[in-house]
Structures are given as structure tokens and as C-alpha cells.
Design a protein around this ligand. Structure first.
Ligand SMILES: Cc1cc2nc3c(=O)[nH]c(=O)nc-3n(C[C@H](O)[C@H](O)[C@H](O)COP(=O)(O)OP(=O)(O)OC[C@H]3O[C@@H](n4cnc5c(N)ncnc54)[C@H](O)[C@@H]3O)c2cc1C
Length: 385
């Protein structure tokens, strides 16, 4: 067992960090931190990330992707600003889902623009009445000649308001148990127009989280992916790596919080001595550092289990739930180390505090992840699927 990154892994991380400092931060800084980026700016960021293989990480090289081990993908994603992590993950996971069990014709037609970032994409599963239980999706796909006709609404979809292409989880009816028979359809906005709008939220405000409305949206049947009934399996397979990567996004914020808290604790003097020399401030710093290290290691471990081919359900759920909860507390503690300065907009910790609060929700809430762990431990299901 070796807990050190290889020199190659460190070089890859450095390369992403350099790209962030040189190319991505200037784009983010040129725009209001509280407003979704213009589409052109997000596309520019996507294209930069594509150059590093981040938009096609899970697509094999033989199919034109980067074919990265998921651990390496996670190491790279950890270096990105959180708002970029969410946008890139939404894009890359959609690329992966389209790649899975599609035809050669579909891959050749759909994937190059998405893997290069020249088109923006997303996956729409969640609906106003359907969240943790995707087998209840109501967005209907009905057959009509050579088209599917789609009606329904999707909500809380990353990248939705600026997307060119959306991978939609639809229902084509119910099975014997009354659950949706789910089908995946790719909707190209130019060919099959639909409405999308941004939903204002607490954090990650330069990103895009939106609602999509399909009203008699005609989609060529050539855009149906895989088989009716495979949607839940494909979603689950891709959530496995997404979860620790979202955990690493929280680690990124907790590490940034630790760095500023350590400096402040050394500089700030009260009662005639640096606050960092007091035992209670040291306790806060020790708790933050422990959160960063344990969360990071657990997320790396979960990703390496997936790379080894283990069934990663339990550890992937554990990594996301633990890392995000622990790093949320760490960011809050770092604010406490700063006293009033901690809540100032000038310092930036309040933005991490809002951003990290967004992360427990996508790809499995804390409660759903707990139930996945429980099911894996006991072999007994506390919820349906
Ligand atoms: C930043 C962000 C990005 C997102 N990106 C996407 C995206 O790209 N595509 C997409 O389709 N969706 C996306 N979502 C939506 C996300 O997947 C859903 O919000 C999530 O699945 C939870 O659904 P819900 O909000 O409807 O909550 P609900 O499912 O209604 O849950 C409400 C509460 O009840 C709890 N609960 C539900 N069922 C149980 C149970 N059986 N036992 C115990 N507790 C339970 C939940 O844990 C939660 O606390 C995103 C959300 C966020 C915040």
C-alpha cells in the first residue's frame, strides 16, 4: 500500500492547476461572481478543459476519448474551481452516458462536438415531482412515425439553460410494478427546440442550474440511445465515480479554507499573541486539516476501487456523504477562525460556504447515500431500488 501520488499523477495535477490559474480564473474574474456566466464564457472554459481530456475522461481512447483512470480524473477535477467542476462533470457524464450502448453512427454524430466542448450538454432526469426516485419519471415519450414526441418538465439540471444538447430520461409507460419504463433520448435543441430557464440558487452562482420544458417536442427516433429499460442502470453506473468526484470538489473548498485559516491564525493578534497560539484555535485548525485529509483519502480510495473493477456502490456513497458533510463543517470552522472577517464577502469563504451547501443534493442526497450504504452492509433494502 502506497499513499503517495506518483510523479506522473502530480504532474497531471500541476498541469490542471496551471491551466486554472492562467486561463480559467481570468475568465471567472472577468464576470460577476453572483450571475451565471454567459454561454460563450462557459464554452471557452469547456474547450480549455477538453484540451486536458476532462470532457471525455470515461470514454476509451479507441472511441476518441481521453480514457483516463477514474482516480486520475478525480485528481484533475479536484484542482478546478467548484463552479467549473459541476459544469464539466455535467458535460463529461453526459458524454459517457451517450457513449454507453449507443450505435457507432450515434457516437460519430453526437460525441465529437461534446467531447471538444464546442457544444454544451447535460442530462435531465429530475423533475418537479421526481427527485430521489427516478423510476417515477413522468416526462412522456410517445411514438409518432419516425419521431418520439416528448412532453414534460425537467428541473435542477446542470448546464440546462445554456445547453445545445440534452440527454433526457423519459418514460414510455409503466411496467408490471407500476414503475416507469425509462428510455434515454438525446434532444438537439436546434433540431427539436425546447424552452429552458435558469433557477436562482444559494451557491455556485456563476454556473447554470435550470428547468427545461418539453411541449410536443419531436425528436427523431435515431436519437434514442440503447434499449428501453436501460436508463436506470446507466445512471447508476455513472453515479459511482461522480460521487467521490463531488466529494473532491468539497475537499477543494476545505483545502482553500484551511490555507487561509492557517495564515490568518498566524497573523491575527489578540490578547497580545497570535490567535494560532491558543489551544482552541489550534483545535479548529486541527479539525479542518483532519477533514481535508480523511475526505481526500476516502474519495481517492473510492475512485481506485472503481478502477480496480470492484463493485463500488458502498464506498462511493460513503465517500460523497462523508467528504461533503465533513468539508462543509471545515469551511464553517475556517470562517470561525476569522471572526467577523470570516463572513465578509471580501475574503471569499462565504462563497465556499454557500457553494459547498449545494453538493449534498446531486447524484444522491445524504439520506439516499446512507440507505445505499445500509443496503450494501445488510443486504436489505430500506427503499425500493
Ligand atoms: C447542484 C445540483 C446539480 C444537479 N444536477 C442535476 C442534473 O444535472 N441532472 C438531474 O437530473 N438532476 C440534477 N440535480 C437534481 C438532484 O439530482 C435532485 O435534486 C436530487 O436527486 C434530490 O431530489 P429532490 O431535490 O427532488 O429531493 P427529494 O427526492 O424530494 O428529497 C427530499 C428529501 O427527502 C429525502 N428522501 C427522499 N426519499 C427518501 C427515502 N426513501 N428515505 C429517506 N429520505 C428520503 C431526501 O434525502 C431529501 O432530504 C441537481 C441538483 C443540484 C442541487
Amino acid at each position: 500500500m502506497d499513499f503517495q501520488l506518483t510523479s506522473e499523477q502530480r504532474m497531471i495535477q500541476d498541469s490542471v492547476r496551471r491551466m486554472v490559474d492562467r486561463d480559467i480564473r481570468p475568465i471567472l474574474n472577468a464576470h460577476d461572481s453572483e450571475t451565471p456566466l454567459p454561454k460563450a464564457a462557459m464554452r471557452q472554459i469547456m474547450e480549455l478543459c477538453a484540451n486536458q481530456g476532462l470532457l471525455s475522461a470515461r470514454v476509451p481512447e479507441s472511441a476518441g476519448g481521453a480514457g483516463l483512470p477514474t482516480l486520475v480524473y478525480g485528481l484533475m477535477m479536484e484542482q478546478l474551481p467548484p463552479v467549473v467542476t459541476l459544469a464539466v462533470l455535467g458535460q463529461e457524464v453526459t458524454v459517457t452516458r451517450i457513449h454507453f450502448e449507443s450505435t457507432d453512427e450515434q457516437r460519430e454524430r453526437l460525441l465529437p462536438d461534446l467531447m471538444s466542448g464546442s457544444k454544451i450538454t447535460c442530462t435531465g432526469t429530475t423533475e418537479p415531482d421526481v427527485g430521489s426516485d427516478p423510476r417515477s419519471v413522468k416526462t412522456r415519450a410517445e411514438t409518432d412515425g419516425d419521431d418520439w414526441v416528448i412532453n414534460g418538465r425537467k428541473m435542477w439540471i446542470t448546464n440546462a439553460s445554456i445547453c445545445d444538447v440534452i440527454n433526457v430520461t423519459t418514460s414510455v409507460g409503466k411496467d408490471d410494478e407500476g414503475l416507469s419504463r425509462m428510455m434515454r433520448v438525446v434532444v438537439d435543441r436546434e433540431v427539436s427546440p425546447f424552452e429552458a430557464r435558469e433557477i436562482p440558487t444559494l451557491g455556485l452562482r456563476q454556473g447554470h442550474l435550470g428547468e427545461v420544458v418539453f411541449e410536443n417536442c419531436r425528436v427523431p427516433k435515431a436519437n434514442q440511445l440503447g434499449q428501453v429499460g436501460d436508463a436506470a442502470r446507466i445512471l447508476t453506473l455513472t453515479w459511482l465515480a461522480n460521487r467521490p468526484i463531488l466529494g473532491l470538489c468539497a475537499v477543494h473548498m476545505a483545502q482553500a479554507a484551511l490555507d487561509v485559516a492557517l495564515k490568518y491564525a498566524g497573523d491575527r493578534v489578540q490578547f497580545g499573541r497570535p490567535i494560532g497560539s491558543t489551544q482552541l484555535v489550534q483545535e479548529m485548525l486541527a479539525d479542518i486539516a483532519t477533514a481535508v485529509t480523511t475526505s481526500r483519502l476516502l474519495c481517492y480510495y473510492a475512485l481506485s476501487c472503481i478502477d480496480r473493477g470492484d463493485r463500488g456502490n458502498q464506498v462511493s456513497a460513503m465517500a460523497k456523504r462523508y467528504a461533503i458533510a465533513t468539508c462543509q463543517r471545515a469551511v464553517s470552522l475556517a470562517m470561525e477562525v476569522h471572526g467577523a472577517m470570516g463572513i465578509s464577502r471580501e475574503l471569499g469563504l462565504e462563497q465556499h460556504y454557500r457553494d459547498v451547501r449545494m453538493l449534498p443534493i446531486p447524484d444522491g442526497t445524504n439520506q439516499i447515500l446512507t440507505l445505499i450504504e445500509g443496503r450494501e452492509l445488510t443486504g436489505l433494502k430500506a427503499y425500493r431500488s
